[in-house]
Design a protein around this ligand. Sequence first.
Ligand code: MV4
Length: 498
Amino acid sequence: MKIKKILVANRGEIALRIMRTAKDMGIKTVAVFSEADRTAPFVRYADEAVCIGPPPSAESYLQVDKIIKVCKDLGVDAIHPGYGFLSENADATRRITDAGIIFIGPSPEAMEVMGSKLAAKAAVKKYNIPMVPGTEGAIDDPEEAKKVAKEIGFPILIKASAGGGGKGMRIVESEEMLEEQMQRAISEAVSAFGDGSVFIERYVGSPRHIEIQVLADTHGNIVHLFERECSIQRRHQKVIEEAPSSVLTPEIREAMGKCAVDVARACNYVGAGTVEFLLDENKNFYFLEMNTRLQVEHPVTEQITGVDLVREQINIAEGSPISFKQEDLKILGHSFEVRVYAEDPANNFLPDIGKLNTYNRPAGPGVRVDDGFEQGMEIPIYYDPMISKLITYGKDREEARQRMIRAIDEYQISGVETTLPFCKFALQHPNFISGDFDTHFVAKYFTPEVLKQKNNEKEEIAALLATFYHQTSMKSNPAQQSSLNKDCKQSKWKLKRK
Ligand code: MV4
């Protein structure tokens, strides 16, 4: 069935990103928005927009019944959930399809299987997928756990089956700690996920986090679109992603790609999905879990393959086959993405919400900015404080990296602190440049002091400006002075050229 109108059940940059492809395809778009997002670009961009409630997500973006009603009222054929919110909610997906609306994503059954790590492991068992040595099922007997742990060797990791994104994980260094840690892990899992199932794995000490993008259609075609390297993260929050990974050989890439396709096959997957792996120091890879949504970092894959993943998602939801074959795909060039958060890296990454007094995007060759804000807007406190995703492309890794540094320098944001200086630090680190890093990169190399140089520079500029204003006797005009003080922050870009 041809989709003529899509409702995007999301906000911010991803809502805008999805609507742009819909528009490319001649499909009408509907935005639903909370009271906090009235003035957001995605609301204006949509052909129709409906306010569905107050700012808190639970009262707006998670209100599946309200969203279904909007679909009925406006003659919507399909819902795109984006990421977060309803995107991996099997019950919401059932309600949507039961109402006769196409859900642009996998079946609720696939979501449920992959939402449980133990169910996911069981589902892929008949395929030859490497997994970290550990227990096959849930474990709750400390004596049994000790036996297993001794077999696989300490340190071990206790993981909650229902956990994800690092939640519900505990490292256990020795046998003495096991019983207590296990009890904690179980009670945490019960209170956080309502499911106390935990299992044990050998702890991989210095892994890289590599994920494979897959697409599966309703005709039995499954392809992979290579990997994304996501090891640069801070407390399970990804900071910089890239494609391809600088450490995969063509052989490992092909082997991981085949495994990812099998994981998708194992759960009858349909749509765009991501299969997560750990890669150890010896380049052994292990299947971790599958994310059943379009991911934040999907643009780096789009850059190196030329595939519009949202277009493929929509085609697949209409029942069309994937528009290309595995053999047609080739990695062309290199891409980075940095996530620009309204957080203060000098102050333990505390969210720094406020107004975007200055907001000027970088542009030029090889630069893509996926954002959902514009100058003068407030960053709402109710949602994730991501301002934008800055994506660069180059013929090789070094060109893409240099472009990212140039783009970061061009980006002008004032009114809130951002993670841009932190990203620039990472991009210039020798271990980042050489590709010699793992998931501990940020913890190992980042301290707020590494940004000090920049802060000093700022203070220097402020002092210079103060002297300048004083000498030109601006102090006689208090109103002007206060507006100039605000501009102090902004003027750092001009002065950096000094
Ligand atoms: C691991 C691991 C080491 N050994 N499993 C964290 C998130 C979840 N998806 C899986 N995670 C890990 N599982 C074993 N057996 C280390 C991590 C891990 C990690 C993984 C990917 C990206 C960042 C990470 C940061 C800390 C720990």
